[in-house]
Design a protein around this ligand. Structure first.
Ligand code: G4P
Length: 521
């Protein structure tokens, strides 16, 4: 039996650019769902069941990430959903460590937006290759050349237009694919793509005159020639190295460009890549099973206190019941009920291969950043904790609930929802988050799951830095800065800073101590 190749990817975008719509259409194209729109509907049902997810409904956003698997043309696609809201980016960052490539969706009327740029920067840290999808060409949008130049300039990427829109909005007459010479056109009043497509020998093919208006034809020929001549031609190695992005134009809503996007992922997106690890990088060819946890989600089933840890498989052939050792606890565990996530169902996974994501139910033993391995001799690196940008003191309404609070804070920090810091002096614990929304999630989950009522008070701190260095250097610093010191959940020393200036000042005075804005687990 040959194992289908994997494409494990995520969609990055600014809210409203069309990620949800595109996800639905990709699943539809991949045959994973029968009616577009079901992703949202199912999501809504599932969300309604869980108490703490009220926030999601109130804010109309998706806080939790999930995985959707589908197969097309002999390739298994694992699409990892990243929460799009800018407040909740830490989770998104971690999800991006589990993908081999990404699709960047931009709104043709808006171009690169702040969240697109932020997520792109994360992809760049790991040279994640990116295919760009310029969405909503069925609406009035910006000039395509402007958009291409903006991607190139803002993200310092070579761009290569792979297709071209013949007009946008009211003037939209179709999308021309440069490589195949195929022109796909809208039909009917709603201007959907319903299969009207013809292939031409190129931009000069006389037959194009029969398919387009005179204006449309003149425009396609002029713009198409400039587009092909004015930008770098497609180079697979440059794309895979994260230096070049092929750009597709389309409309997720009207189903333009979606097939081409999937074809591009099949043809160009990398299969599972080597994973940075110690003592050495893990090749997907390595025979023994290794993987890492990039996300832990509680309350997927409100009846149980179980958590699901999402593991990205990096090497080996995983079999149900197999014993794996998590780097955190060091105690081997048999994985009896691994879950595979399909668009509509969850299934027990009998087998999984590099690139696949499996859900492992557990009671809190598995933590974000844990490596799971058959031989317990590796540690996968590159899953950072980010320095929190908001720090708050946690005050209990009922002081007898201290124990429950500690348990809850430990649990939730294990899950990666918040970070918790226990100051060396004083008894008030500090929670740190990257975005405001995480605080709301925290309060809501404390009440719903732990029956702990707490309020968050201002803290004098602005950010935190993990400390490292020689024992002598650390001691020199900690002895005189005790009031600004804390330990994180794992007992690592942390400097709670009053401002970014404070960090710079201390760094200057203590050159032997390393102040890190990220901590790798
Ligand atoms: P997001 O997940 O990135 O936040 O975006 P989402 O897909 O929810 O799309 C945001 C809005 O943009 C939706 O409209 C959606 O229908 C619309 N949209 C997405 N793709 C296209 C496209 O190709 N063309 C056009 N014209 N619109 C598109 P909405 O009115 O906010 O929501 P809904 O009521 O349609 O769900």
């Amino acid at each position: 039996m040959t194992i289908p190749s994997r494409r494990t990817f995520a969609i990055i975008s600014h809210p409203d650019a069309g990620k949800t719509t595109l996800t639905e259409k990709l699943l539809l194209e991949g045959g994973a769902i029968h009616l577009a729109g079901e992703v949202k509907a199912r999501g809504a049902n599932r969300r309604a069941r869980s108490d703490w997810m009220k926030i999601e409904q109130q804010r109309g956003i998706s806080v939790t990430s999930s995985v959707m698997t589908f197969e097309r043309g002999g390739i298994v696609f694992n699409l990892l959903d990243t929460p799009g809201h800018e407040d909740f980016s830490e989770d998104t960052y971690r999800t991006l460590t589990a993908v081999d490539s990404a699709v960047m969706v931009i709104d043709a009327a808006k171009g690169i937006e702040p969240q697109t740029r932020k997520l792109f920067e994360v992809c760049r840290l790991r040279n994640v290759p990116i295919v760009t999808f310029v969405n909503k060409v069925d609406r009035e949008g910006r000039d395509p050349f402007d958009l291409l130049d903006e991607v190139a300039d803002a993200l310092a990427l070579d761009v290569c237009p792979m297709s071209w829109p013949v007009g946008m909005g009211g003037q939209f007459e179709g999308i021309f694919d440069f490589a195949s010479g195929t022109l796909r056109q809208p039909t009917g009043a709603s201007k959907e793509f319903e299969g009207k497509a013809a292939t031409f020998s190129g931009l000069e093919d006389a037959g194009l005159a029969g398919a387009l208006s005179a204006d449309g034809l003149a425009r396609l020929r002029e713009e198409g020639e400039l587009a092909q001549g004015g930008y770098t031609s497609f180079d697979l190695a440059a794309y895979r190295h994260g230096d070049l992005t092929p750009v597709y134009f389309g409309s997720a809503l009207k189903l333009f460009g979606v097939t081409e996007l999937l074809d591009a992922l099949s043809a160009y997106a990398p299969p599972p890549r080597e994973q940075p690890a110690e003592p050495e990088a893990i090749s997907p060819e390595r025979p023994d099973v290794t993987g890492f946890i990039f996300k832990v989600q509680a309350n997927m089933d409100p009846q149980h206190r179980d958590r699901i840890a999402f593991m990205r498989l990096c090497s080996g052939r995983f079999k149900r019941g197999m014993k794996l050792t998590p780097s955190g606890s060091g105690k081997p565990m048999a994985v009896h009920s691994p879950i595979l996530f399909f668009a509509q169902d969850r299934e027990l996974a009998d087998e999984a291969y590099p690139g696949d994501i499996i859900g492992i139910p557990n009671h809190g033993t598995l933590r974000v950043g844990d490596t799971l391995s058959e031989k317990a001799d590796v540690r996968i690196t590159g899953l950072p904790n980010f320095a929190p940008e908001i720090l708050r003191r946690v005050a209990l309404k009922d002081p007898t609930k201290t124990k429950q609070l500690r348990k809850a804070l430990d649990d939730l920090s294990e899950e990666g929802v918040i970070q918790v810091f226990y100051p060396e002096i004083g008894s008030q614990w500090i929670v740190g988050v990257v975005g405001q929304l995480q605080l709301e999630v925290l309060i809501s989950r404390l009440e719903a799951e732990y029956k702990v009522e707490a309020v968050l008070e201002a803290s004098p701190y602005d950010t935190a830095r993990w400390l490292s260095g020689s024992d002598a250097a650390l001691k020199g610093f900690t002895d005189i800065n005790r009031s600004s010191l804390a330990k994180d959940r794992d007992g690592n020393p942390v400097f709670l800073a009053k401002s970014a200036w404070d960090v710079g000042y201390q760094q200057e005075r203590n050159p032997e101590v390393k102040f890190s804005a990220t901590k790798e687990r």
